[in-house]
Write a protein that binds this ligand. Structure first.
Ligand SMILES: *Cc1c(COP(=O)(O)O)cnc(C)c1O
Length: 302
């Protein structure tokens, strides 16, 4: 794939950005790949390769009923001639929502997992049980974060991106953020915007860095104040914001990750956090497949 030919950088032009004299360049990973968009493409890349090389024919992973990771795993598996199994938290909605319907169409077998056992899904005993039940499956954790996902996420930043002063990204499990920290250079600062409520994410990132022996050259920070009440929570202001950005720039956002990140970034710009002339690279991590289910559930028109 010839990346240079893809128009994935978009200058975000808004009165606020002009007024503060900064640059916000959106790196649109939502456009990068026709099938598996966003950061999940990078997170799965080396996992799929490893699964194939070790002779596995089936991937097994975990996620909620609207999960981008479930969706991406089903599509990547199918594209690579692998089977896939999705362990879904709680119940499987009937009829299937658009995320799970796509997954099933791609051949993913879906199984509900009670919330209690879902909480213990990383427990070695539970994983052994799953292997007894399903055979020698290649297991990818919830959200896809493991060593190979971090390795893949390092590739999000390309040589040209080194010119940017600030790199921003939404943070869920932190795997993508960790990959960016491993690849950003010493002149850069990486800013994560947590999609979840609580300050545990700071500890989570420290543990990830330690576990994967990453000592960043760049500086970094996590903003934990733009979660809008918690994971998948939102308010009318966020919905309105997403609509306005789309109208002003054509950039589609979703309310779980990218909408919250850009809202937070623009708020920081409003507060004069960045000196004039600062060049900011905002990573659009995709996730747009989730909009269909979101709109159905909450009667929005994003
Ligand atoms: C999964 C996801 C994230 C979070 O990625 P992590 O590596 O878990 O932090 C961010 N944005 C979108 C659109 C996602 O689907």
């Amino acid at each position: 794939m010839k990346k240079e030919s893809l128009p994935i950088y978009q200058d975000l032009r808004l009165p606020l950005i002009e007024e503060k004299n900064v640059q916000v360049l959106v790196k649109r990973l939502d456009l990068l790949h026709p099938v598996v968009q966003g950061n999940k493409h990078y997170k799965l890349l080396y996992n799929i390769q490893a699964a194939k090389e070790s002779g596995h024919s089936c991937l097994l992973t975990f996620g909620g009923a609207y999960s981008n990771h479930i969706h991406a795993t089903a599509l990547s598996a199918a594209q690579n001639g692998l089977n896939s199994i999705g362990m879904i938290r709680g119940e499987i909605p009937k009829p299937l929502n658009p995320t799970l319907a796509d997954a099933k169409t791609q051949g993913m077998e879906l199984y509900p997992m009670s919330r209690t056992s879902y909480r213990e899904k990383n427990d070695p005993e539970i994983l052994e049980k799953l292997k007894l039940k399903f055979g020698d499956v290649y297991i990818i954790p919830e959200g896809g974060t493991n060593a190979l996902a971090i390795k893949g996420s390092r590739e999000i930043l390309e040589p040209d991106d080194k010119e940017m002063d600030i790199v921003t990204v939404p943070v869920g499990t932190g795997g993508t953020f960790a990959g960016l920290l491993a690849s950003a250079s010493s002149n850069q600062q990486v800013l994560g915007f947590s999609a979840l409520k609580g300050s545990f994410i700071h500890q989570e990132i420290s543990s990830l860095l330690e576990a994967h022996q990453i000592s960043p050259f760049c500086s970094w920070q996590i903003h934990a104040a733009y979660h809008f009440g918690g994971y998948a929570k939102f308010n009318p202001e966020l919905i309105q914001f997403i609509k306005e950005i789309k109208k002003a720039s054509g950039i589609p956002l979703e309310p779980l990750y990218t909408g919250k990140m850009l809202f937070g970034l623009l708020d920081l710009i409003r507060q004069d956090t960045f000196p004039r002339g600062t060049r900011i690279l905002a990573i659009h991590t995709g996730g747009l497949q989730g909009l269909r289910g979101f709109n159905q559930r909450f009667h929005t028109d994003l």
